[in-house]
Design a protein around this ligand. Sequence first.
Ligand SMILES: Cc1cc2nc3c(=O)[nH]c(=O)nc-3n(C[C@H](O)[C@H](O)[C@H](O)COP(=O)(O)OP(=O)(O)OC[C@H]3O[C@@H](n4cnc5c(N)ncnc54)[C@H](O)[C@@H]3O)c2cc1C
Length: 415
Amino acid sequence: MRTDTVIMGGGLSGLTCGIALAKRGQRVTIVASGQSTLLFNGGSMELLGNIDGTPVTYPLETIASLPEGHPYRKIGADRIASLADEAKQLLLDAGINVEGDAAANHWRVTPMGVAKHAWLTLSENLRIDDLKQLPARRLALMCIRGFFDEPNSMLANGLKELGFEVDKHEFTTDEITKLRRSPSEMRAASLAKRLSSNNALQRIADQVNSLAGDADMVLLPSVFGMSDNDSYDILKNMVNKPLRLVATLPPSVAGSRMQAMLRHYFMMLGGNYLMGDSAVKGTLEGDRLTTITTAKLGDMPLRADNFVLATGSFISRGLVADYERVYEPVMGLDVDADKDREQWTRFGVLEPQAYSRYGVTTDATLRCAKQGKTIANLRAIGSVLSGHDTVKMGDGTGVSLLTALAAAHGILSDK
Ligand SMILES: Cc1cc2nc3c(=O)[nH]c(=O)nc-3n(C[C@H](O)[C@H](O)[C@H](O)COP(=O)(O)OP(=O)(O)OC[C@H]3O[C@@H](n4cnc5c(N)ncnc54)[C@H](O)[C@@H]3O)c2cc1C
């Protein structure tokens, strides 16, 4: 099977790159083995949230001071603003309604009620531009009875610490009560599936309208719409006050929806998405990768002019650690990682962990290398790249989106 570009990995970075290429008329195949880390995403994207423990307010101004090995420095600090605009537009084109500006971070609210910096946040979610000018004074926090994925008391306390007045209300509806007969069903995704009909949404709105009192804004957990924005849009019109959602614990409905919408958009553009298949090996001829073999296609390898590695970090098995080494499992590519395993981790979960900066080695054009030799038509993007730290720097989604676009531009300009 021959296409212009084969992308290994169908998470945020793989899909973004695939969309950018398909939009420009390329034939693109994505091999996607499983769920992506978007399932951990509550509806916000980060460009750069922290440097050395200090919160970053103006990411674009700060990027030039990142270490040279950081992916943003590799693709060029001067390109970040335009790539960030392009990424935002791509998300909007896919139907993902995000708001925010790369020039200045805003605040998102975690399920624990903690405010964290973000670049883009879904317009349905609670977003705070300025902690001194909250978007509402009094919040009606609507808690679904028996719901597992929202620590309501912590959330309410966190919101109060941010300066909101919070009235906490518990409610249920017929649909939710039926779901509760099996307590393990009280997860965000199950609720989203059950609460999608107009009748179910109307019953929620009736409860919310009768409880909201003199609140300025109603807050509900983010349990609406696994694959599109319809449920929230309908509910918003049924609720009498401004309605915002708050991220839940993962797996997240908003993250699943973003994944589904990106995949749908990619396929609408003519992209080929091989769901549930894995790249298992690549064949090199000289300095070029010629084919990728997948687990399901077996002796029908995928041929292409260009290849992109978007297989994620350890959590997605884009990187693997055994007792002796950290390695990239598909191609055995060169990896930036400490040789001495004592250096990989530090005791204490809150300590900076060296392993979170590990990833494949690339040059400034994001081309990968094997045994020190650059592979001319293989680029790496997203969290499989070395030199950044999603947890400590709050740069994961930004790196995924911007390196994906930079790689797509590189591939298109190679032609
Ligand atoms: C726990 C956690 C929480 C996070 N929370 C946030 C947040 O709140 N806000 C934020 O902005 N960012 C957050 N991030 C970061 C952000 O989610 C990631 O940086 C970004 O989504 C990574 O996208 P990716 O496509 O590079 O990798 P991934 O999402 O890891 O996707 C890689 C994909 O490749 C597939 N794959 C792996 N190997 C193969 C193979 N051999 N063949 C085919 N497919 C393969 C995997 O199954 C997976 O689907 C979080 C990350 C984690 C891990």
